[in-house]
Design a protein around this ligand. Sequence first.
Ligand SMILES: [Zn+2]
Length: 431
Amino acid sequence: MYSEVFNLLDFIRKSPSPWHTAVTAGASLEDTAFSELDWRGQWSLEPGKSYFTKVYGSALFAFSIGEGSLIGKNSLRLAAAHTDFPGFRIKPTAGIIKDDYGLLNIEGYGGAILYSWLDRPLSVAGKVVIQGKDALNPDVRLIDFARPLITIPSLAIHMNKKVNDGIALNKQRDMLPLAAVFDGVADKNFWDEIIAAEAGISTDELLSYELNIYPYEGGCQMGIAGELISSPRLDNMTSVVACVEAIKQSHGNGLNVIALFDNEEVGSRTKQGAASANLMQLLERIYECLGYNKTQLWQGINGGFMLSVDVAHGMHPNHPDKSDPTNKVLLNGGVVIKQSASQSYASDAEGVAIVKSLCREAGIAFQQYVNRADMPGGATLGSIASTQVPIRTIDVGVPILGMHSAREVMGASDQNALFELIRTLFNYTAV
Ligand SMILES: [Zn+2]
């Protein structure tokens, strides 16, 4: 169990933004003989080989082509996850001077639990864009300060006696991070200067950026017997790592694909999100490159299967009443199969049966999640992706506590169960 935990926490540390996540995943695949393809280029593919391609920098597809036909039933298998996480993005012209304090102007990204971001050492990572060889081809540089840089201080209890009754936090008023205390010489361009210095460019060269804030402190194994993991970004790095590790061990027939989309936390409706046509485009290009026609591609999709992989809610020990009364999900209880009649989770009875059978045959622990009937619960990319590629899809993931907090908690043994499920699907030989 130790090596899986180390691998997960190491991957999370190297992935402080969606763009870094794509780079970390790509580097890990390249180490295992996956060849990188240019998303905008011409491809030539060979059976028996494995490839990956990055899409707009923050999404990544990887696939492994087996020797057998790609049109038989069960010949197309996919696992999808997301590279982004809820928190904050830094606005352009972000420097704010208040007296001698240097603050940053930010906006929210996705549904973060705001109070969990207070009073922590935070850092900043993302992409900086500068003039390239011409106006239509700018250059991108990834930066990661990788040091405690900013913090969002809470208001002392003496100035808000009701703080423990619950606080309403306003993102524009309460959540601006403190970056500096100047000694009488404050310049509101201080932030652009810091970014330019980190990227090794001048402020004149800096055209734009997308930078997210992340908790500086890394994850750790914990609990009396080391049975828990506390870390930022378990949503959804647990799924990204399981997908990447499983495709690296794919040696089945047919076509195995992982799709790591960006922007799930803001609804997936972007060019690098699960609502885009890119997964369909990927499959079309692979089948066409290998000499199949369009009807044969649809045969592959119609007989295929996809796991949409994202975290699930574990039962909270202090709030068991928030969970469904007959389907209780526990940390270290195994992979969670998520169902919702509203189809906010992609599911049908056959798909649930497929996942249960895979788990039973491989000896993988599993449990089932449904929302309480009076709580709408969350949603993820499975339903969205399966409207673009109409393939049988089931939502699965590891259970966590504190979803969308700056730090979340999971059971240390669940990561391996998730990895084993995806690996088992990718290497499955149907009778
Ligand atoms: Zn998620």
